[in-house]
Design a protein around this ligand. Structure first.
Ligand SMILES: Nc1ncnc2c1ncn2[C@@H]1O[C@H](COP(=O)(O)OP(=O)(O)OP(=O)(O)O)[C@@H](O)[C@H]1O
Length: 273
């Protein structure tokens, strides 16, 4: 089917977003968070949603997750219209979302227990995931005894345990220091290369988006629309010090900066009102 929708190709995409608009009513006022979003994400693709605070990245991710349906437009994921959260779309949040009263092992096993897996299946899968994420020595610890990076690893292991074909990640590494962040980015890329899940990753880190993504979707400040899609054709592992990486970083920074300035101008107007 001929189409000019960004990302649209011959194969059925993993995510098909058409005409999505999302308005929130707050204090008698309407906030238009998203408008006219058209986007396709291919199966196995890693796409970053990038833009300044308030441009609607989380709102769009929540619409894909089924947490908050759009006011208008449609989201189809894995061939089915999204009307509610589903086990085919696993979410990873910035604040880990672990059960504090469960050990690492139990946290990772939880989704499998809920799905009715046998004790043997659970044991095999949890062992493999803990090994994959370098957590085997920490299986009996509680979240409070782990660093932020470790907790986020547990959160990722937990989501991988349920075998969702799609991972939706909302600034998952935003609270981590630079070194831990790079480590987890590398682990995510390693796991993604092995398992080839579809990943939609929200960030406001320009370097992070270019380091990770097949395509960076730069969004406009309110209402959030797709401003530009920047394909990142650099081979992995990517070198942030390389000339090619920096050329892309300059291009994406300029786009984000335009929206940041619009954001500041809008806030200035709101304060003056
Ligand atoms: N439940 C809500 N009620 C009212 N307004 C909301 C609600 N959720 C989001 N908004 C507004 O919609 C806009 C987009 O918010 P959203 O959180 O999606 O942006 P974001 O790009 O993810 O920002 P950040 O990077 O700060 O998380 C913002 O102006 C926000 O205030």
């Amino acid at each position: 089917m001929a189409t000019d929708v960004p990302g649209a190709g011959a194969a059925e995409p993993a995510i098909r977003i058409r005409g999505v608009r999302k308005a929130f009513a707050t204090g008698g006022r309407e906030v238009l968070a998203l408008d006219g979003i058209d986007l396709d994400v291919a199966a196995g693709e890693l796409v970053c949603l990038l833009g300044p605070s308030g441009c609607g990245k989380s709102t769009l991710l929540n619409a894909i997750a089924g947490f908050s349906p759009p006011t208008r437009g449609t989201v189809v994921a894995n061939g089915r219209p999204v009307t509610a959260p589903g086990p085919d779309r696993a979410m990873v949040f910035q604040e880990y979302a672990l059960f504090p009263w469960m050990t690492v092992e139990r946290n990772v096993a939880f989704g499998l227990e809920m799905a009715g897996a046998t004790r043997q299946e659970i044991r095999a899968k949890v062992d493999a995931l803990l090994a994959k994420l370098n957590l085997s020595d920490f299986r009996d610890r509680f979240p409070k005894d782990l660093s932020g990076g470790m907790r986020q690893r547990v959160a990722i292991a937990r989501v991988l345990a349920i075998d969702a074909p799609m991972l939706l990640m909302d600034e998952p590494f935003g609270a981590l220091d630079a070194l831990t962040r790079r480590n987890l980015q590398d682990e995510l890329l390693r796991i993604w290369a092995e398992l080839r899940r579809t990943i939609v990753f929200v960030t406001h880190g320009i370097e992070e988006s270019i380091y990770l993504a097949d395509r960076v979707v730069v969004m406009t400040y309110r209402p959030g629309t797709v401003k530009r899609i920047v394909p990142v054709a650099l081979p992995r592992p990517r070198d942030p010090a390389s000339a090619e990486f920096n050329a892309l970083k300059r291009e994406v920074s300029a786009l984000v900066m335009e929206e940041q300035l619009r954001h500041e101008a809008a806030e200035g107007r709101a304060t003056a009102d």
